[in-house]
Design a protein around this ligand. Sequence first.
Ligand code: ZN
Ligand code: ZN
Length: 146
Amino acid sequence: MGAIKEVLKPTSKGYIRFRRGTDRTMMEHVVVWEKHFGKVPDGMQIHHIDGNKLNNDISNLQLVTPLEHKRIHEGCKLINGIWYKPCSCCGKYKPMDKENWYFSRGWINGRLCKVCYIEKSSQTRKTLIARGWKRYKPKANRNEDN
Ligand SMILES: [Zn+2]
Ligand SMILES: [Zn+2]
């Protein structure tokens, strides 16, 4: 480990970087974490618990999988081993399962819980029907030019 040679401008994501003697560019939070726990395992990421990327105290750093990281930044919470996601409509935290959310290719589809989604689509349908929309359009008439 060489001494810090040069502190660089933060990355576009706001992480503190610096260059050390013989090493390539390092992120400060990675260096701090590795000092305590050893090398960051392949494919794992480090999350700033309080959301402040300048706070690289070890108590603010958490090793997470990329999936966990994505969920944390979407505002999800892990409580007793179950992930909860907030609905952008009703604001309630709901377990991330098929009872509460619609899934598409293994991922939750959209930001509305099932209840809100159903509510919203029935509202949309009512509005459309009120405007004269019919669910099944008759086939286009092909004899218009006669
Ligand atoms: Zn993070
Ligand atoms: Zn909802």
